[in-house]
Ligand binder design. Structure first.
Ligand SMILES: Cc1ncc(COP(=O)(O)O)c(C=O)c1O
Length: 349
């Protein structure tokens, strides 16, 4: 077995973050209010389903429900096994072998992964000191596709709508706007999908909807572009139980509202608590916060995980020296986190 057999764009790709710890996870931006209660109801109903049959090829019931939810049509929607699958599909459909995708830096690590597994190359354009976009610099690049997420992961800030618009309008090329954390902000590009022939917006049920374990995400675009994406998608990739749960969650959004409220209420006190411990806190518009640790971030994360909470270390990355990312939890969880952090700093003195 030779490394030369491996697709050249994949040779510097290693396995993705896969921590083997039993600690409480405040590292992956899942919904810390708990599981969406619709899941329990759907499970009861599911017991009587004829699971010997396949679901529809392209998850039409979910696409119809999403169409209604956004005042669009099902032909505007591509549903998939997490928004990760949908991002992968974008490159399967639109990227030729060896072509380049432009992304801001720093951003979601799997963005460049999906480009590379689809035989593409990445060009990164640095965000500024406040982690905002430089739309002029992005528009100067020649890549075939632009991919960005807002609010951005791991920095947590939303980009200015005007900057993203300048990128969509700047050049004749597809622009993918990953809105995995879109429910936590007011602005969205979904209402604009029919205004642009080059705009794809992706979203997920994994964050505000509290269904990360069900793996459901979707893309929204004009119908022509959605049809192109659908042609590249693995038929039947979304299982029936996940599809039914996502539909139920769209019909009962009380939990999503409570989640957004919890995050909005807890962000301030958690940020203040972290600041008082000596962290530099960056602006957050999502259900997580990026902070710079006053002690080496790897040491901090190891000591904290030994006490029972896992947060995510980004401290070895350029522009992110000693930064860690923390998912915003309930008041109780955040208070416990701050207590453990205080203990860690106490031991470091
Ligand atoms: C920016 C961003 N996009 C996409 C995803 C993937 O979401 P999903 O669970 O729908 O695959 C994540 C998950 O953390 C994310 O942070």
């Amino acid at each position: 077995m030779s490394e030369e057999w491996v697709r050249s764009t994949l040779r510097d790709v290693s396995l993705y973050y896969n921590p083997k710890v039993s600690a409480f996870r405040m590292d992956n931006n899942a919904n810390l209010l708990g599981p969406n209660p619709v899941a329990r109801e759907v499970l009861k109903e599911f017991a009587n389903m004829d699971v010997n049959f396949y679901p529809t090829t392209y998850s039409d019931p979910l696409r119809t429900a999403l169409g209604e939810y956004y005042g669009l049509e099902m032909e505007n929607i591509v549903a998939g096994n997490g928004s990760d699958e949908v991002l992968d599909v974008c490159f399967k459909a639109l990227l030729q072998c060896g072509e380049t995708v432009v992304t801001p830096y720093p951003t979601y690590a799997l963005h460049s992964f999906f480009v590379k597994v689809n035989a593409g190359n990445i060009v990164q354009v640095d965000l500024d000191k406040r982690f905002q976009l430089d739309s002029d610099e992005i528009n100067k690049t020649d890549g075939k596709i632009v991919l960005l997420c807002t609010p951005n992961n791991p920095t947590a800030n939303a980009f200015r709508m005007k900057d993203v618009k300048e990128i969509i309008e700047g050049r004749n090329r597809p622009v993918i706007v990953d809105e995995a954390y879109g429910e936590f902000v007011k602005d969205s590009f979904i209402p604009l999908v029919n205004d642009y022939d080059n705009l794809i917006v992706t979203r997920t049920f994994s964050k505000a909807f509290g269904l990360a374990g069900m793996r459901v995400g979707y893309a929204v675009s004009n119908k022509k572009l959605a049809h192109i994406l659908l042609r590249a998608k693995t038929p039947l990739s979304l299982n029936l139980l996940s599809e039914m749960t996502a539909i139920a969650a769209l019909k009962n959004t009380g939990f999503v509202k409570r989640t957004i409220q919890m995050v909005d209420r807890q962000r301030g006190p958690l940020s203040k608590g972290l600041e008082s411990l000596g962290f530099e806190v960056f602006r957050s518009d999502a259900n997580f916060i990026l902070v710079r640790s006053p002690i080496p971030s790897d040491e901090l994360v190891t000591k904290l995980v030994n006490k029972g909470i896992l947060i995510r270390d980004f401290g070895k990355l350029r522009m992110m020296e000693n930064c860690v990312r923390i998912t915003i939890g309930t008041a109780k969880m955040n208070a416990f986190l701050l207590t453990l952090l205080r203990e860690v700093f106490g031991e470091c003195r």
